[in-house]
Design a protein around this ligand. Structure first.
Ligand code: HEC
Length: 116
């Protein structure tokens, strides 16, 4: 599927600052991971995401979400796709329903093979 993935090549001057922000976010979400309800989020992934992507995430209306099909994403980009959806398609934004930490948890869950 052709999609523009933000390029991390030819990084402009603000990157080191963005990197710091990311590092802080990652550190914060590592703490937040303790309070996220992993079982509830797994249920959301398999039932809600699964209603379009297939209960076993192998694809349906939406594409296959197993980690081998998502290796063109890094966790940050995947988190954004989950939060903002894919405009002009049936992939909805989840920002109104879940927190950024939860979206990031889901992104990491999908990228690890545990979701299969
Ligand atoms: C209403 C149906 C629907 C639901 C619910 C849904 N999606 Fe999607 N999703 C889609 C469709 C359709 C696409 C393909 C959009 C396109 O044509 O690019 C998609 C695309 C994606 C992609 C991009 C896949 C790729 O290979 O580029 C990801 C990642 C994704 N969805 C994750 C999720 C997650 C995580 C959830 C649950 C939090 C979810 N989706 C819930 C319909 C849905």
């Amino acid at each position: 599927m052709a999609r523009v993935i933000p390029s991390y090549c030819g990084l402009p001057a603000w990157t080191s600052r963005a990197f710091l922000t990311t590092a802080v976010l990652v550190a914060t979400s590592a703490l937040a991971a303790d309070v996220l309800d992993g079982n509830a989020l797994k249920r959301l992934v398999h039932q809600d995401c699964g209603s379009c992507h297939g209960l076993s995430l192998k694809g349906g209306l939406g594409p296959d979400l197993r980690s081998k099909s998502l290796d063109h994403y890094d966790a940050d980009v995947l988190t954004d796709v989950i939060l903002d959806g894919i405009p002009g398609t049936a992939m909805p934004p989840w920002r109104p329903l879940i927190s950024e930490e939860e979206a990031e948890w889901i992104a990491r869950y999908l990228l690890e093979s545990e979701a299969q």
